[in-house]
Design a protein around this ligand. Structure first.
Ligand code: UT7
Length: 322
């Protein structure tokens, strides 16, 4: 059995806010944000738009591309740190909004690495024969917990959603396997203090706001994202030089360039969306993947590597023959 990506979709809220517009509200500048992070704009959801609303839009697009119906889905995993409600999972609201009949549905909480965690879990469900088609979604309404008095964090994040359908298919040829070839996950709770929300139901009883030690996260991101790519290529016994597209988490263009350099990957092989989307946490990789597929750069048969690091700190990677 192989786990292939049969469809991908994404959604960005209508409201795009440029750096220059932000600079009217807080003490910052387009020059600072662009030069330190590579961000030019971000999208913000409407007040009445929930994470599951954005997830549903991305999921419809993925289903349409896969040529599947909601009734075909046996597993829904939503990776998010901004759930609709403390419980139940955002996945059940997505299920409800898509009209998916009773199936397995739950959320994963691994911040910016959430989509990679969801991919790993769905791959296991498929290869153990428990489901045929899994819908995995990274969706975030990060604007709901930004501290507008902390200019070092609030300028970096945006809202959005990206989805993929993973499908189990019989292996075609052992010589050139398709789909998910290898995955790698890790987390180190000793580093949780560097990126977190300072609230929660069992502590403050509030949602909290994003807190980040940017320099520490930056240092770990370069090291672990590059290391995670080494790990999945070694696990699959594939040369790094055979990678067609590096689709990294979009947190900072300097992190992306440093990782590409460590991996000896030409920048023309990297999908970059940070300028338009900013950091959308778990949504950033599927959003970038969808852009790369729909604009024709990523083609069937290409070797893709996804890698991310975020709050936890949690990180991971996946090597996929698309
Ligand atoms: O998705 C999860 C993963 N997240 C990340 O990977 C983020 C990782 N970290 C980063 O991307 C970078 O550390 C930042 C973009 C957050 C910051 O870049 P930096 O080069 O580390 O800047 P800094 O924190 O050293 O700040 C430099 C200066 C400070 O001024 P002084 O003390 O040097 O005078 C800040 O006060 O920039 C100032 N500053 C700002 N100035 C204008 C901080 N934020 C802003 C701002 N506008 N928005």
């Amino acid at each position: 059995m192989e786990t292939i990506i049969s469809g991908v979709g994404s959604y960005l809220p209508e409201n795009a806010v440029t750096n220059t517009e932000l600079a009217k509200r807080i003490d910052t500048s387009d020059e600072w944000i662009r030069s330190r992070s590579g961000i030019g704009q971000r999208h913000f959801a409407a007040d009445d738009q929930s994470t599951s609303d954005m997830a549903r839009e991305a999921a419809w697009n993925a289903l349409e591309q896969a040529g599947l119906k909601p009734t075909d889905i046996g597993l829904i995993i939503v990776a998010t740190v901004t759930p609709d409600k403390t419980f139940p999972s955002t996945a059940v609201y997505v299920q409800q909004k898509l009209g998916v009949p009773p199936c397995i549905a739950f959320d994963v909480s691994a911040a910016c690495a959430g989509f990679i965690y969801a991919m790993n879990v769905a791959h296991s469900f498929i290869t153990t024969g428990q489901v045929k088609h899994a819908l995995i979604i990274g969706a975030e309404k990060l604007s709901c917990f930004l501290d507008w008095n902390d200019r070092a964090t609030c300028v970096l994040f945006g809202d959005g959603a990206g989805a993929a359908i993973l499908s189990g298919v019989p292996a075609r040829t052992a010589a050139r396997p398709r789909g998910v070839l290898s995955t790698y996950l890790a987390a180190d709770g000793r580093l949780a203090k560097h990126l977190y929300a300072d609230g929660g139901p069992s502590t403050t009883g509030t949602v909290g706001q994003v807190r980040m030690n940017g320099k520490e996260v930056f240092r770990n991101a370069v090291q672990e994202i590059a290391g995670a790519v080494f790990e999945v290529t070694e696990r699959a016994k594939v040369s790094r030089h055979d990678i067609d597209w590096f689709v990294p988490h979009q947190a900072n263009i300097r992190i992306i360039h440093s990782c590409a350099k460590k991996l000896e990957l030409d920048e023309s092989k990297v999908i970059v969306t940070i300028d338009k989307h900013a950091n959308t946490s778990s949504a950033s990789i599927p959003l970038a993947l969808d852009i790369g597929i729909r604009d024709g750069r990523i083609k069937r048969g290409d070797l893709l590597v996804f890698a991310a690091l975020g709050g936890g700190l949690a990180w991971g990677s996946a090597l996929v023959r698309y």
